[in-house]
Design a protein around this ligand. Sequence first.
Ligand SMILES: N[C@@H](CCC(=O)N[C@@H](CS)C(=O)NCC(=O)O)C(=O)O
Length: 201
Amino acid sequence: MSNIQLYYHPMSGHSHKVLTLASMLGLDIETLTIDLKSKAHLSESFLRLNPAGKIPVLVDAGKTITDSHAILFYLAQQYDQQRIWYPDDLPTQVEIQRWFALSAGELCTGPVALRGIRILGKPGNEEQAKQLTIKLFSLMSKQLEQQPWLAGSHATLADIALYSYIALVIKLEPSLSDFPRVLDWATRFEQLPGYRTLPEK
Ligand SMILES: N[C@@H](CCC(=O)N[C@@H](CS)C(=O)NCC(=O)O)C(=O)O
């Protein structure tokens, strides 16, 4: 039995980020499904784990970590002995933090919202979500013109944080093929050792 547990949902892109890093680090993680439809994330027992009522939540040796970015950071610091995913140099760390902020901001108002509206039937402004997605893709394209990965010369937590929802909306929105650098980045990401396939939709 694994010492590490992840409360998650198989359709959750935020959970997919964590499972991707765990797989790339070769970690054995026990997954526990939280059924969002039946509002298990708002149950008393789950709210004790995460008062924000959101997945993913990681529990490792009695420590509880909430929020996908905090979990990515924790796993990299704790288990990536080679310091590949969150390198020790300050300029790369600054870049990763910048992409974490975009992942918690523009990624959610753009691609996450677009997928929510189109696939999960959530309310929202579809055109606005599409335009915000295009804006994020433009920003990524500019960065990928300078370097192969979002925070430098090799893949880091920045790429893991962005990949899941970007790849999910690429399938939904044909106009995104106007961003060949982003498409190429997603394809290269899928070739990294330990890559974990996406949720179905
Ligand atoms: N900032 C959080 C966002 C997590 C999030 O929004 N999770 C969704 C599932 S993908 C959730 O739990 N939604 C339930 C709700 O908001 O009621 C993170 O990065 O972990």
